[in-house]
Ligand binder design. Structure first.
Ligand code: CA
Length: 229
């Protein structure tokens, strides 16, 4: 089955050219001119990726991205923003609205396809439903089960998501704001100390079997999941 892309772009020539290039590269493309139209498409089925123009006539691309990353059903869909040169580039660098990459117009079809493939690769690595294991700590996303030394561990939904993220991204340090972006999906309404609260709960649950040592504080930087001391 080919990868489905929803392209939200109000400029007809850009939209047509982009859709043509993507279809030529083997993608299935749905086209929308406005966020309203795009939202109608989303009700009929979710695409594998969204390409969203920054400047749209009804709702801005950035606001649309925020909405998508707030919703449980759409938060995992990778988003790439299309921008005009020089447009709000500083804000874009923050990636705070939840998009995964952006590309500046005019872009070459080849560059766009390469970016899309890179984003899809990253996202499928993140959402892989394989069993995650670190020593005798095992998280099974299919059954939503967490076991340590063969014993079932109970954790809250946020602690579960946090641990899932950590176990699929081991040996890397994440700041509190990065964790908010990646685990909560948006850092607009949540304070950074919320992360500490959930880290504490997660450690407490893991400490039953002595695996709290995997959740490591990196002074001045954030947190890391590691099986090394
Ligand atoms: Ca536009």
């Amino acid at each position: 089955m080919s990868t489905r892309i929803l392209l939200v772009e109000d400029e007809e020539p850009v939209r047509t050219m982009t859709a043509f290039a993507l279809e030529k590269a083997g993608f299935t493309v749905e086209q929308a001119e406005t966020v309203k139209q795009a939202e109608r498409y989303l009700q009929d089925g979710l695409p594998d990726l969204l390409l969203i123009d920054w400047m749209l006539p009804d709702v801005s691309g950035i606001e649309f991205a925020r909405r998508l990353s707030r919703e449980e059903t759409t938060r995992e869909i990778p988003l790439i923003m299309l921008t005009a040169r020089g447009e709000e580039s500083d804000k874009l660098h923050g990636f705070e609205a939840g998009f995964d990459d952006y590309i500046t117009k005019p872009f070459s079809p080849r560059e766009l396809v390469a970016r899309i493939k890179a984003v899809l690769r990253r996202s499928s690595a993140q959402t892989a439903e394989g069993v995650l294991q670190a020593e005798e700590l095992v998280l099974d996303p299919t059954s939503h089960r967490l076991t340590a030394n063969g014993e079932a561990l109970e954790v809250g939904p946020t602690e579960y998501r946090l641990l899932h993220f950590f176990m699929s991204h081991p040996e890397r340090v994440y700041s509190r704001s990065q964790l908010l972006d990646r685990v909560w999906g948006s850092n607009v309404y949540i304070e950074e100390r919320t992360v500490d609260v959930h880290i504490r709960r997660l450690r407490k649950a893991l400490s039953e079997q002595g695996f709290d040592r995997f959740i490591q504080t990196v002074r001045g930087a954030g947190y890391r999941f590691s099986t090394k001391a």
